[in-house]
Design a binder for this molecule. Structure first.
Ligand code: GLN
Length: 526
């Protein structure tokens, strides 16, 4: 069977959940097909690694060290694939490739133009991923909204793709918005019509339209969209507003999306959602409840911590327990009375000194009052700083990231990072194994001698302070194979005081929650 292609575009407005729609489509088709997701982003950054989380949400990190769009989190969680950096194509990468080709002389004698040179680079990249992986199906998600200048070249490339792969091997799915204006109480199709018209002007005629709506689309509106937009009524699918994104595959299945894709692409891969539905049921009908304080500085945008939120959802699915996240902004944190109301605290990853002292204070109280604590990356570093200041008696201990002149640089820059000045793609990135200490909480949770988790950092626990810290009772429950890097710490005889230099949230799955989160939630339940 030739590789089939599904192109997912979006219209009307951004933020409708195109990534989740693409991932859900993949989930529904994954029982019998090998699927590779590709995401095209129109911005000129090479990758989102240099962007503030407020700009772009969480930066997702892959095993291979790539810093990619957060939609890859959805793909990995919904498709059970390990994605690769190459599968995220940005306009920054495209222009980089075109420029390199031009300098090499690949275009000698020719004027380099958007069409065909830039569009060819985009298509060649897609084909090269397909060649590497030999998948049954490639799902290409085009970022942004039809009509955005920055995505025109991606759309044009996807239009051309049908000639290259054959019309029978490709379908176009367009996600739009169906509002129900206040006072009218009626589903409205006009924005969808206009958005499909924009797409048609670009030579793309959608095969399937998903209308995001707060209700199931009525037969009438499906009929209307069908006749105005030139698709069959059964190819108009509701993209229902849901509380939990994991419900989307269930909605799409109910709306008949798998069948229509099977028919149009001549494939057969029936969904099996039994296990998935059971886990969702557990999330929907929890028997227990906990409140967890998320102590960070990007708390105004939940997307900044998307994978952490999902990791807790995964725990809920398995433990039948609702996890209420209380977002605590630690910049200028004075009032710590929130700690009286919570069952546990998480200190997530972060950069720079803003908010650090507030987090350290929260960790101190967690340790002294035996409130379950989970530290992630920066959370481990601040946990070590707190321990050094208040248990080891190292007054003024700090990270050289926060205070370059600290008398006790207990967290310091990794030696291999010292000479690096470029900011993009230069941190310690990707999956690294850690040896887990026998008898430790962490070893029990993973159930293995080694654990491989993903990283994104420049600083480490300073080896010059290892002995002092250990003598005072903190346990290094996981280290790099050579013992130099502290990857996991824990405090014995506490309910749960565990932190890691890694980001285990990035590998948590509905089917298999991240062990450190699982242990933390269980400890919060008491
Ligand atoms: N800023 C810290 C470092 O670079 C922690 C990074 C993080 O939390 N991802 O080491």
């Amino acid at each position: 069977m030739p590789t089939k292609y599904i192109i997912v575009t979006g219209g009307v407005l951004s933020g409708l959940g195109k990534g989740i729609a693409a991932a859900s489509i993949g989930h529904l088709l994954s029982s019998k097909l090998k699927i590779v997701p590709i995401k095209c982003d129109g911005y000129l950054n090479v990758d989102p690694g240099t962007m503030n989380p407020f700009e772009h949400g969480e930066v997702f990190v892959l095993d291979d060290g790539g810093e990619v769009d957060m939609d890859f989190g959805h793909y990995e969680r919904f498709l059970a694939v390990t994605c690769q950096t190459k599968w995220n194509l940005t306009m920054g990468k495209v222009f980089d490739m075109v420029r390199q080709k031009e300098r090499r002389g690949d275009y000698l004698g020719k004027t380099v133009q958007y069409i065909p040179h830039v569009t060819n680079v985009i298509k060649d990249h897609v084909f090269s991923v397909a060649k590497d992986e030999n998948p049954d199906l490639v799902i290409v998600e085009i970022g942004g909204t039809v009509g955005d200048i920055e995505n025109e070249l991606f759309l044009e490339s996807m239009r051309q793709l049908k000639e290259d792969v054959g019309r029978e091997n490709i379908i176009y799915i367009h996600l739009t918005y169906v509002p129900i204006p206040y006072g009218v109480s009626e589903q409205k199709s006009k924005p969808t019509q206009q958005s499909v018209n924009l797409l048609k002007q670009r030579g793309i005629f959608p095969d399937i339209i998903i209308g995001r709506c707060s209700e199931f689309l009525t037969k009438e509106i499906k009929g209307k969209i069908s006749s105005f937009c030139d698709v069959s009524p059964e190819a108009v699918i509701t993209g229902l507003d849901v509380e939990d994104i994991y419900e989307i595959p269930i909605i799409f299945e109910r709306e008949g999306l798998p069948e229509i894709i099977h028919k149009k692409l001549n494939i057969y891969s029936p969904p099996d959602l039994r296990k998935w539905k059971q886990l969702i049921e557990n999330i929907r009908h929890p028997t227990r409840e906990i409140t967890v304080a998320m102590c960070g500085k990007y708390t105004k945008l939940e997307d900044s911590y998307a994978s952490i939120v999902e990791s807790f959802n995964h725990c809920s699915g398995h433990l039948g327990c609702k996890v209420n996240l209380q977002w605590v902004e630690t910049t200028d944190l004075k009032d710590t009375s929130f700690l009286d109301q919570v069952d546990g605290i998480v200190v997530p990853g972060g950069f720079g000194s803003r908010g650090a002292e507030g987090k350290i204070e929260a960790i101190r109280q967690a340790r002294e009052r035996d409130i379950p604590f989970l530290g992630l990356c920066l959370g481990l570093q601040l946990g070590v700083i707190e321990f050094c200041r208040n248990v080891c008696g190292l007054t003024g201990a700090n990270s050289t990231e926060m205070d370059p002149n600290t008398p006790h640089p207990v967290i310091d820059i990794l030696p291999e990072q010292r000479e690096i000045s470029d900011k993009g793609g230069t941190m310690r990135l990707g999956a690294y194994p850690a040896l887990l200490k026998e008898g430790s909480v962490v070893r029990k949770l993973y159930g293995t001698e080694e654990a491989s988790e993903r990283h994104r950092h420049r600083y480490e626990v300073n080896p010059a302070y290892h002995d002092t810290i250990l003598e005072h009772g903190l346990v290094f429950s996981g280290t790099s194979r050579d013992g130099r890097l502290v990857e996991f710490i824990e405090l014995p005889a506490s309910k749960y005081f565990v932190a890691t230099q890694a980001h285990p949230e990035l590998k948590s799955r509905m089917e298999k929650p991240a062990p450190l989160f699982f242990g933390f939630v269980k400890a919060c339940l008491g």
